[in-house]
Ligand binder design. Structure first.
Ligand code: EPZ
Length: 426
């Protein structure tokens, strides 16, 4: 009998209110896009506040496989130099590990005139097509074809021969906007991206590109203008704090009835969450970069929709649902971004949650006394939801497949332990 190594798991004893302070790490969805932007120049891109998560490791491996130099100069300080990139084919085994790696396509196509990749992997939370990425490239003059499972994009005139255009996004896709914006940065002429995504991570990428010499206007709006340039240079940028991680800690503090100070919180981009938590009866003291989360009294039911920014982030949908299992009354949730992001419901129900889900909506009744169970982390955020539930459940919860959570949360159990949680990693 081969002794297959079991993926790591969390063992959680519920019941401890979280107390103390925690610093928010750098944002996964900013860091990954910024790493891909390094492919647009032959000079050094240095990123600071880079989170220690496995998605950064797998993308580093992918960039290295293309010929880039990727090295940590010190903890959280990453240097990337794509001066010697000679391969433009993203290895399938690496592209299937995390979705952001598909954002190598725009930079490679624009700078080198050729890029090829299999469809990206990432969390199984819906269809997740890439049509807006590919149609954006085509509108800039590229030809896009299939070669077996791989997409092959070519700029007929070779390196630097993409041209500007008016790109309408069928859906304000985050990575679609980032990919097209990066391709447009080195295209000839002006590209107008209509119905662009406005997420903070998209805005931060645009600021990095401008720091590299790009000419992007309308940052943060749904109409982004990119005036192409011939060459981009090196730059240093700080990865913004992770708003999803900050939200996850805020929800954890509220759920456990604790008192937690969240440091380096990106407060200005958390409006939707903070508004909902206040309606639910959570006490929030907010500073410019700090949040103090506490509670005196029961949680109240609150309904919400998961929407593109500045709406409530779909990545906080599942953690919020966990919180609402402890609230008085009936909460209604509508997921408007992904068409299959309700898988977490089954895992929370194993812990005694009263949730009914249909299609992309769920009805949560509370408060219910949750109990320990054996559950799985089905993806990064569904994993966070069951972990939060385990923190308030009676007894012991075993959470398997937590490698999903390692993709998006840095040293999560140690930071929760520091706040008084009883969570072991085995
Ligand atoms: C990014 O994914 C994030 N990932 C996701 O975070 C996040 O949930 C999502 O944006 C929405 O905020 C990264 O940044 C690496 P989308 P992305 O393209 O870019 C439709 C996490 O947990 N669509 O904005 O893949 C699609 O069907 C992850 O950190 C098209 O129709 O998301 C989907 O319903 C999970 N055509 C919707 O847009 C396209 O070509 C949102 O997708 C592309 C997308």
């Amino acid at each position: 009998m081969t002794n297959r190594t079991r993926s790591p798991r969390y063992i959680v004893q519920g019941g401890a209110p979280l107390r103390g302070s925690v610093r928010v790490a750098g944002a996964k969805n900013h860091a990954l896009a910024a790493m891909c932007a390094a492919l647009l120049t032959d000079e050094d891109i240095v990123l600071t506040n880079v989170p220690e998560i496995t998605d950064v490791d797998s993308l580093s491996e992918l960039l290295t496989s293309l010929g880039a130099i990727v090295e940590f100069l010190s903890p959280g300080r990453l240097r990337i130099n794509a001066g010697n990139v000679t391969t433009f084919e993203a290895p399938t085994e690496l592209i299937s590990e995390n979705r952001a790696s598909f954002q190598v396509m725009g930079p490679l196509l624009s700078r080198h005139g050729y890029a090829s990749s299999a469809p990206p992997g990432g969390d199984v939370i819906g269809q997740r097509p890439i049509d807006v990425h590919l149609s954006g490239f085509e509108l800039m003059g590229a030809t896009v074809s299939r070669n077996g499972e791989r997409f092959v994009a070519r700029a007929p005139g070779g390196p630097g021969s993409l041209h500007g255009g008016r790109v309408f996004m069928d859906y304000p896709s985050v990575s679609g906007t980032q990919n097209v914006m990066m391709a447009a940065a080195l295209a000839r002429g002006r590209t107008t991206i209509v119905n662009a995504a406005t997420e903070p991570e998209v805005q931060e990428l645009a600021h990095l590109l401008n720091a590299m010499g790009a000419r992007i206007e309308g940052i943060g709006s749904q109409l982004v203008e990119v005036e192409g340039v011939r060459h981009l240079h090196g730059a240093t940028a700080r990865v913004m704090p992770d708003r999803i991680e900050a939200g996850t800690f805020a929800i954890a503090a509220a759920m456990t009835g604790g008192d937690v100070e969240i440091l380096e919180a990106p407060v200005p981009v958390l409006d939707a969450l903070l508004a909902k938590l206040r309606v639910a009866g959570v006490q929030i003291e907010q500073g410019e970069t700090t949040l103090r989360i506490s509670r005196n009294g029961d949680l109240r039911a609150v309904s919400f929709q998961a929407l593109p920014y500045p709406g409530l982030a779909t990545d906080l949908h599942a953690p919020m649902a966990a919180l609402l299992t402890q609230a008085n009354g009936v909460s209604i949730i509508h997921e408007r971004v992904f068409d299959n992001r309700m898988l977490y419901v089954g895992e929370l129900r194993k812990m005694g949650a009263e949730i009914v889900s249909t299609g992309s909506s769920a009805i949560v009744s509370g408060p219910t006394e949750l109990h320990g169970a054996s559950v799985r982390a089905l993806d990064v955020r569904a994993g966070a939801a069951v972990l939060l539930a385990a923190l308030v459940a009676q007894g012991t919860t075993v959470i398997d497949d937590i490698s999903h959570m390692d993709r998006g949360y840095e040293h999560l159990h140690e930071r929760l332990q520091a706040l008084g949680a009883q969570v072991e990693r085995t």
